[in-house]
Ligand binder design. Structure first.
Ligand SMILES: *Cc1c(COP(=O)(O)O)cnc(C)c1O
Length: 419
């Protein structure tokens, strides 16, 4: 989906510069073909599970619509994500409203929309119960369980440790379900877990699912009828290599654990998974233009996109592959550090990469930027957000217009005495 021809980067059949002529740089560019290839791969490997797309990874409506049309549910974390998911057409039976801090307004909106909830505390259970009763509705819920599993990933995206802010400790979970059985207008139907993101080993997931089955067996004794076990997302991709997720490596052991676990239960709950990153990361590049090159302590290449548009390197020390989009077939000659335009020393997209000789006006493509890229962007330093584009064969569509400086002031009001 990303290839080179005559030394130039192609996205499917489109030369990157055709897009730049329309949108300028920086710009996020997604390959529809790659997205649909990932969807098929997951559908084949995880045919035994229901898949909910984790909207927070990339909330571009066009991308969300493609997931909805392919039968995915959605994992949402806020009123905004719920709104987007409904707009994109996800089946509300398979929208799960997550989060450790939902406002009353968010809870009421979710209840009225008829989606399911992942409940993060007993406090929240009682709030949901009260609001549901006021609305005259019944809500299906799962509890988010903190399984106390450590998985090797960046500490900021490990969520299953016992010290994490998410979920109810496993040793308190039966109490929570007992409370839910007693509470009005809520029906416990699921168990929810999510142990973290960008996890490359399968063992933590197997361990997680085993723990979920142990809890499920206990819940059956309480008379809870489980419809689903939702083990969350977190499947890692190969950022340093080809950007792929080895989906089979995850799905096969999980399938075995599922089959074994189901034998222990009377009910036959569905397995749900909530991939985000592994579905969208490698579908998208961030294309940026070189404003200046300088030899200082290092060879710095100053480009027009920084952590305002892709915060992962600054926030998680993440590695993203980079290429010079207009010099794809030139030999790599020098080490360069790719720096963004933001007024912070931490604004580095890539460190010490061997690239062809870079000059002002060249284009750098940053790979695997489709997850937690645009979705985590900001207007920091007075920089409007860039456009997003979907390439489809030889065509492309602008799926999000770039912002202008007008967007920086759109919601600002100056008090009268300063007129
Ligand atoms: C972030 C998140 C996901 C998606 O994680 P990925 O690593 O992008 O697959 C799924 N479920 C929950 C509850 C999450 O918080």
């Amino acid at each position: 989906m990303f290839s080179s021809k005559d030394g130039r980067l192609l996205i499917e059949e489109v030369d990157f510069e055709e897009i730049v002529e329309k949108t300028g740089t920086p710009v996020y560019i997604t390959s529809r073909k790659k997205l649909e290839e990932n969807i098929r791969l997951f559908q084949e490997s995880f045919g035994f599970a229901r898949m909910l797309y984790a909207v927070k990874a990339n909330n571009n409506l066009t991308i969300m619509k493609i997931f909805a049309r392919n039968g995915f549910g959605a994992d949402v974390f806020s009123l905004g994500e719920l709104y987007l998911a409904l707009l994109a057409g996800f089946d509300r039976n398979f929208i799960l409203f997550n989060g450790n801090s939902k406002s009353d307004e968010e809870i009421e909106a979710g209840i009225k929309a008829g989606v399911k909830f992942s409940v993060d505390s007993l406090d929240e259970l009682y709030t949901i119960s009260e609001i549901a009763q006021n609305c005259g509705r019944e809500v299906k819920i799962a509890f988010r369980v903190n399984p106390d599993i450590s998985a090797e990933t960046h500490p900021k995206i490990a969520t299953g440790l016992k010290t994490s802010k998410f979920g109810i400790p496993a040793e308190q979970i039966l109490e929570a379900y007992e409370a839910a059985v007693q509470a009005g207008a809520v029906v416990p139907v699921g168990i929810h877990c999510h142990i973290g993101s960008q996890i490359r080993d399968v063992e933590p997931f197997v361990h997680e699912l085993e723990k979920m089955f142990e809890i499920a067996a206990e819940l059956e004794k309480l008379g809870v009828r489980l419809e689903f076990l939702d083990m969350g997302g977190g499947f890692g991709i190969d950022y340093e290599g080809d950007g792929e997720c080895r989906v089979e490596k995850f799905s096969q052991p999980i399938k075995k654990t599922l089959e074994n676990g189901l034998q222990m239960l009377k009910s036959k709950p569905e397995l749900w998974i909530e991939p985000g990153r592994s579905l969208v990361a490698n579908t998208t590049i961030l294309l940026t233009r070189v404003n200046a090159v300088k030899k200082a302590y290092k060879n710095f290449v100053a480009v027009d996109a920084g952590f305002n548009l892709l915060i992962r390197p600054a926030m998680y020390d993440s590695y993203h592959r980079v290429v010079v989009a207009n010099k794809m077939e030139k030999p790599a000659e020098e080490l360069y550090t790719i720096a963004g335009p933001i007024c912070e020393s931490g604004d580095i997209l890539a460190k010490d990469r061997k690239l062809p000789k870079v000059k002002r006006g060249d284009y750098i493509a940053v790979f695997d930027a489709g997850a937690y890229g645009f979705a985590m962007s900001s207007q920091y330093n007075g920089r409007p957000r860039c456009a997003e584009v979907l390439v489809d064969g030889g065509l492309f569509h602008i799926t999000r217009e770039k912002e202008t400086v007008g967007d920086l002031i759109a919601r600002q009001r100056i008090p009268e005495e300063l007129f």
